[in-house]
Each structure stands twice: as structure tokens, then as C-alpha cells.
Design a protein around this ligand. Structure first.
Ligand code: GAR
Length: 203
């Protein structure tokens, strides 16, 4: 059984997609052992609690400085003894120590086709605003491994989504979630749970 720790900051629809896929049996061999948010008010935490999944908030506001927050955050991740960490709308820069410790065992969902509209400053709705401003006709989502850079790690899965003439950033965001994110994030977890990338993981 792959022990998964999911890190979230907001609504948690990607977390929900993963929970539902596990319930439906389209994701196998997987157990979400903990959900951690940097944001106490994140609805994602409620989604976890409803499923009786251990849900924890570790807020930077409760720590004197970034280093202490990073330490507390990593301790809570470690406490879950995860085989895989899933960043599902997690909008905090990961502690470098955590990236090193869990090399090859952290994945992230990004709401664009990397290398387009990614890197520093590209998160959430901003990604879709940028895609519309550039006038692309196709966008999508990417699941990638996390390394020290921002959205630079090896790509696992991508799915394309059409941009339509009257799209607003909100409408496009919803389509990208429905048609791409909620599909490829569970798919990536299922692949890993069933052996994909074993050689990348050091443990
Ligand atoms: C998702 O669209 C996810 O791809 C994005 O935040 C949203 C979270 O939604 N992540 C990033 O932009 C990371 N760079 P959710 O909380 O409903 O899953």
C-alpha cells in the first residue's frame, strides 16, 4: 500500500478527485495517510476530515520565522511516514531539506502544459490569465516530480485542453481542472502505487 501525504492550500478539488478515485477503485494500492495545509481555513482540510483522514494545519503565522515553520512542516510530513507526497494546490515553497530528503517521492500538479506558463509567480488563476493574455488555443495540466526549481522537475503526465473564444480565466480554470487535473493527478498516483518510477525513489 502506497502511503500518501497530500499537501494543500485551498479548496482541495484535486484532493477530492484523488479520494474519489481511491473509493471508486480507479486508483489502487493507495492510502491517503495525512493531509497537511499551510492554511487553517482551507476547505481541503474539511474534505479530509469528512473521510476521517488525518488533517493538520501548519501555518507560517504560528512560527517566528521561516526556518521554524519549515522544521515544523517537515516534522509533520515525516510523522506520516509517506512513500509519496502529493502537492495538490500547495502554494508554499517547500523547505529545501524536504526536497532533498524525499527526492523522487514528491509530485505536483500544475495547471498548464509545462514549460508554458510555469515557474515563479505562475499559480492558480494567474496561470489561466497568462494563457488567455498570450492567446494560446491549447492549454492543459502537468504532473511532475518536484526538484529544487519551480516547476522544473521531470514530467510524468500531461493532458491538453482546448481554449475557447469566450473563456474567462475562471471558466478556463474549471475546464482545465475537470478535463485534465482531476484525471491525471489520480492517474499519476495509481502509476506510482503500481510500480512506476521505483528506480527514482531512493528508499
Ligand atoms: C489547481 O488548479 C492546481 O493545479 C493549482 O492550484 C489549484 C488548486 O485547486 N496549483 C498551482 O497553481 C501550483 N503551481 P484545488 O485546491 O481545488 O485542488
Amino acid at each position: 500500500m502506497l502511503r500518501v501525504c497530500v499537501c494543500v492550500s485551498g479548496g482541495g478539488t484535486n484532493l477530492q478527485a484523488l479520494i474519489d478515485a481511491i473509493d471508486l477503485g480507479t486508483v489502487t494500492n493507495t492510502q491517503i495517510v495525512r493531509v497537511i495545509s499551510n492554511n487553517k481555513g482551507a476547505y481541503a482540510l474539511e474534505r479530509a476530515k469528512k473521510k476521517e483522514i488525518d488533517a493538520i494545519a501548519v501555518s507560517p503565522k504560528d512560527y517566528e520565522n521561516r526556518e521554524l515553520f519549515n522544521e515544523a512542516f517537515l516534522q509533520n510530513v515525516d510523522g506520516a511516514e509517506p512513500d509519496l507526497i502529493v502537492l495538490a494546490g500547495f502554494l508554499v515553497v517547500l523547505p529545501p531539506k524536504m526536497i532533498q530528503k524525499y527526492e523522487g517521492r514528491i509530485i505536483n500538479i500544475h495547471p498548464a502544459l509545462i514549460p508554458s506558463f510555469c515557474g515563479k509567480g505562475y499559480y492558480g488563476l494567474r496561470v489561466h490569465e497568462a494563457a488567455l493574455a498570450r492567446g494560446v488555443k491549447i492549454t492543459g495540466a502537468t504532473v511532475h516530480y518536484v526538484d529544487e526549481g519551480t516547476d522544473t522537475g521531470p514530467i510524468l503526465l500531461q493532458k491538453a485542453v482546448e481554449v475557447l473564444p469566450d473563456d474567462t480565466p475562471q471558466v478556463l480554470q474549471q475546464r482545465v481542472m475537470e478535463q485534465a487535473e482531476w484525471v491525471i493527478l489520480p492517474q499519476a498516483v495509481d502509476m506510482i502505487a503500481n510500480g512506476y518510477g521505483k528506480d527514482m525513489r531512493s528508499r
